[in-house]
Design a protein. Structure first.
Length: 216
């Protein structure tokens, strides 16, 4: 769960995001961020200790904002198939369309790989924890099968991170029509039924057998 932030933290994080989008991470000095937030460097140090911690907190907040929007989309969508499709399409689209990707590529392209690989571990962990929570809640409602959610959450979080770094492959994740087709045929069944597991004799067996509720 994210640490509680007060209005001052939010002002500093807003200022950090704005400045990073303008000049990149390395050139976004704490003095610049402090001036934009209307505070001094001491206040930033007291709350975040280092510039690295501030940037990490800023990135975590942007991920949490995306996940909050995912929750809103799921709540407003009827039918489990549609919920899965709409939320996954949103995440995969937002992953490479967020200003922290598009604008950083413009102002500091040399930083983008380091930013999303060095800091990628925590981003993926945040995504995994969120997905596990959502899947387990959905299992309790009977809308999807009863299976081990962790491998599925890991795959989905890593897929989103991969799309961030390399949006085009056999599927171009910048093309919403292709994304929807991929999600409908591959991700929806994965989320509803989980990954196949191996039986005690070494053969493949299906995930645990609790039936999913019909969504359409």
């Amino acid at each position: 769960m994210a640490a509680a932030r007060d209005d001052m933290d939010e002002r500093i994080l807003d200022a950090a995001l704005t400045r990073v989008l303008q000049v990149g991470i390395r050139r976004a000095s704490l003095d610049d961020i402090a001036r934009r937030a209307g505070v001094n460097r001491v206040t930033i140090y007291r709350r975040f200790t280092t510039k690295e911690n501030l940037i990490d907190a800023m990135l975590a907040r942007e991920i949490q904002r995306t996940l909050a929007e995912v929750t809103t989309i799921a709540t407003a969508t009827k039918g489990v198939d549609n919920q899965i499709e709409e939320t996954i399409v949103y995440v995969l689209t937002q992953t490479h369309a967020h200003p922290l990707v598009t604008q950083l590529l413009d102002v500091a392209p040399e930083e983008i790989l380091d930013f999303y690989t060095v800091r990628g571990q925590e981003s993926v962990k945040i995504g995994i924890r969120y997905i596990v929570q959502v899947l387990e809640t959905t299992q309790k409602s009977g809308a999807i099968d009863d299976y081990d959610t962790r491998p599925v959450a890991e795959l989905l979080a890593r897929l989103a991170h991969s799309v961030l770094l390399t949006p085009a492959g056999e599927i171009d994740f910048r093309d919403e029509e292709q994304v929807r087709a991929f999600v409908a045929t591959s991700i929806v069944p994965l989320v509803k039924h989980g990954l196949p597991t191996r039986s005690a004799t070494g053969g493949r067996a299906k995930s645990r057998t609790k039936p999913a509720a019909r969504s359409r």
